[in-house]
Ligand binder design. Sequence first.
Ligand code: FPP
Length: 247
Amino acid sequence: MSDDPVFPFPSNGPIPRHVAVIMDGNGRWAAERGLPRHEGHWEGMKAVREVIEGSLEAGIEILTLFAFSTENWQRPEEEIEALMTLLKIYVEQEQAELRERGIEVRVLGDLGRMDEEARAAVDRIQSVTSGGAELRLNLMISYSGRADIVRAARELARKVAAGELTPEQIDDRAFSEALYTGALPDPDLLIRTSAEFRISNFMLWQLAYTEFHITPCLWPDFTRRELFSAVAEYQRRERRFGRVSAP
Ligand code: FPP
């Protein structure tokens, strides 16, 4: 038996069904080594592999990764290009294994802003991995929480205008289902790397009662040990959902 209480994964409490991650610190990781920023993103892609492996081992059902925000379109052209190239490489390199491991990938966000090749890569990974039942992996790309909410509001308004829905039928559930994450349960645990205490316009609606774990670890250094220690901390929390005790 390991004398490390955290590694392998903690099994003395509930495993979060849905874990969301703000993968931050790629640029700082590269800067610390005197490398260009894209090298940090490249290493970050390896950490994506690691968090997927860890999620499978821990029995997490849904993993949502914030890979590119709406605001990231304002980064220098060459960095955007490097990230889009990375996405295409990721799809080429990983699609077969993701399928074999039973991982269903969905890419969520305003994909209309991506170039044709990147959109083709998204279509490919979604169709190749469709039906995977071991883990649902959401890659949030060209995504922001406010844009998600605005889009859902428009969608519901359109239905009301078309007479398909009454305003009274718009409740928590109808609103949730109109978001990119649809009928998926909200994240139980949000992990943010690189010690930033911000939500950065991520899943603003869905994180209402999510537990937060913020670690100084920069994303390229993130390993399954970090994931398991976040889960262990989650298991020590009492989730009350606004009540005086857990439901
Ligand atoms: C934040 O670090 C990270 C990003 C904007 C990109 C995230 C992308 C990856 C982890 C790799 C690609 C993954 C897939 C699945 C294709 P930052 O650049 O904001 O870092 P900084 O705050 O230190 O500058």
